[in-house]
Design a binder for this molecule. Structure first.
Ligand SMILES: N[C@@H](CCC(=O)N[C@@H](CS)C(=O)NCC(=O)O)C(=O)O
Length: 211
């Protein structure tokens, strides 16, 4: 397999964690987002959305991090990242989607660049925007994780899975933008638990070849 990735991309980080948890090896192809390489015509023919990640498996191009992870779950079911019971599946998917749908898209590079570029916001206003949407999403996520009985050592029970895979990259990103996380103790605790595991540490931005 071949992963089109960028060390700081949290969506690519999700796929790197999933590949690691499943023990799958892959070649790393760096698309340097800060240098605008996602807009090269060559990469545009790989992903018309000009986003990372893309996973190539036996010549097939796979898109969208969470859909890629579900593909990996279907093709390499062990170890399981998504539980079997429908209620539990809904729980882990909904936790992951709080991050992937409600936080991350608002804080993506191209969105932040649009704020300071076309809309003329200052760096301080951009930071304010970033912090606002992370805190809004994390407030809901913290409440669910802190009160729902299924939360264990990890987001769902005592094994790492789909929700943790979304959580850890978003926490790394929030730390990079210096968001104060003291109001989110359960998120901070689970993030620390995940980072004890090699699959999460190996997938971290600082451990990528293009870091
Ligand atoms: N929903 C997509 C999001 C992908 C995405 O937003 N990737 C970001 C990096 S985390 C990207 O490539 N950004 C390039 C840009 O903003 O120009 C997924 O989960 O794969």
């Amino acid at each position: 397999m071949r992963l089109y990735s960028f060390f700081r991309s949290s969506a690519a980080y999700r796929v790197r964690i999933a590949l690691g948890l499943k023990g799958l090896s892959y070649d790393y192809v760096s698309i340097h987002l800060a240098k605008g390489e996602q807009y090269n015509s060559q990469y545009g023919s790989v992903n018309p959305q000009n986003l990372v990640p893309v996973l190539e498996d036996e010549g097939n191009l796979l898109y969208q991090s969470l859909a890629i992870i579900q593909y990996l779950e279907e093709t390499h079911p062990e170890p399981r990242l998504i539980p079997v019971a429908p209620l539990e599946r809904n729980r882990v998917r909904s936790l992951a989607l709080i991050i992937a749908c409600e936080i991350h898209p608002l804080n993506n590079t191209r969105v932040l660049n649009y704020l300071t570029g076309s809309l003329g916001l200052t760096e301080d206003q951009k930071r304010e925007w970033y912090h606002h949407w992370v805190k809004t999403g994390f407030t809901a996520l913290e409440r669910r994780l802190a009160t729902e009985p299924w939360t264990g050592r990890f987001c769902h029970g005592d094994t790492p899975g789909f929700a943790d895979i979304s959580l850890v990259p978003q926490v790394a990103n929030a730390n990079r933008f210096k968001v104060d996380l003291t109001a989110f103790p359960t998120i901070v605790r689970i993030n620390a638990e995940c980072l004890k595991l090699e699959a999460f540490r190996k997938a971290a931005p600082e451990n990528q070849p293009d870091a």
